[in-house]
Design a protein around this ligand. Sequence first.
Ligand code: UD1
Ligand code: CA
Length: 460
Amino acid sequence: MKQVTALILAAGAGTRMRSKLPKVLHKVCGTAMVEHVIDAVQEMHVSKTVIVIGHGAEQVEDALAHRDVQFVLQREQLGTGHAVMQSVAALPDEGNVLLLCGDTPLITRETLEELVRFHEAGDYQMTVLTAEIEDPTGYGRIVRGKQGNVEKIVEHKDADDVQRAIREINSGMYCCDAKLLKESVVDLNNDNQQKEYYITDVVEILNQKGYRIGAYMVADETEIMGVNSRVQLADAEAVMRRRLIEKWMDMGVTFIDPQNTYIDKDVKIGNDTIIYPGVILKGKTKIGEDCIIGHNCRIEDSQIEDKVEIQASTILQSFVGEACHIGPYAHLRPGSKLGKNVKIGDFVEVKNSSIGDGSKASHLAYIGDAEIGKNVNIGCGVVFVNYDGKNKYKTIVEDNAFIGSNSNLVAPVTVRKYGYIATGSTITKEVPEGALSVAREKQKNIEGWVARKGLLKKEE
Ligand code: UD1
Ligand code: CA
């Protein structure tokens, strides 16, 4: 394969999105649309990726700052041809240019590779990625000559009735000889219905000069779906989601109800894991093998090891060790790190804390800024009092400690090994190793108090 340079047009306004966010930054399965396109071309190892920005340029540039791309600014959006004119200096003379749009997130590396292969094998100077669709309204039509060769592309708005009846459409993606593309865009004009410089006119220019134009038709037309509105955004999301879930099903993951499961592009899931309905897996989440992810879990940027069972819980930027049981209704906030066989039960919130192997907090507790050892029992209603209104402090609980129900651990404080805290205690000082600590008022009983107060009911 010759050298390929990717040129992605992303300067358009995207008016129909009715959004403050530039269109190409809207996300499909957790990734900005334009990044899906960047991923596809960079997976095929293009020599360079050039992005034309204009509308919301600063925002787009910021969002893509971490990517290996070069930006070209198109100050005024005078058409797709105009966008390419602005890019001439950024394009090499050698090899081919893969010309794409930033709002077609469903295009795959495989199809782009096939497009380039078809282009080279057929010895074409330009090849258009096309599709045959039921309703071609709005798209540019592929006009072929008597021998079936591509002659030109006519935009819907400029087409006559005969041309409008053509069902082979332009996807807006092309492979073109770099040098010829640069030479041809100079000859474009905006003499058309939209008063725009159309890149599609390059086809006719090259054809008239006797160059060979190819048309490569996609097998799966969803790949060329462009997103111009929120409705199309949801459509694209549905296609992408289905694709991702099918990939994981093929890898041995069970989805009880794929249509009600939401996963981002970078999520990874191990073999024999079962995912129940209403689950949302986001960001760089990685789930191990043989896990059960129960209904309505939301897990973001977290690592879940093998054999973990989670029910109806929220887990953010956390690590969950092997064979843990979480939920229902637990909340692991960022920076939580659980060892193996940890149990975090209902209405337990954990934040920025590590919890050692075999420890349990089964119900109704808040654990914040803590370092908890192994086999610790945290009773119902325990609060780690980590905040004095100004600063946050740390609590250390060593191995085999027992924190009785409804206790408060006022940080900074340490409970040594086998420290045993009586229920209802408010602990402000270190609990020594193996000690029982009782920190509450002793019970006193005042006999006959109720009768003296006249509070007895009549029948008694
Ligand atoms: C374009 C094609 C049409 C094709 C369709 C496929 C032209 C003239 N027509 O039409 O044949 O069927 O795509 O979806 O090319 N852009 C810029 N700068 C501009 C104008 C557009 O960067 O000045 C970018 C847009 O951000 C977008 C892409 O180019 O990513 C396509 O532009 P758009 O206006 O959506 O083209 P269509 O009218 O859909
Ligand atoms: Ca348009």
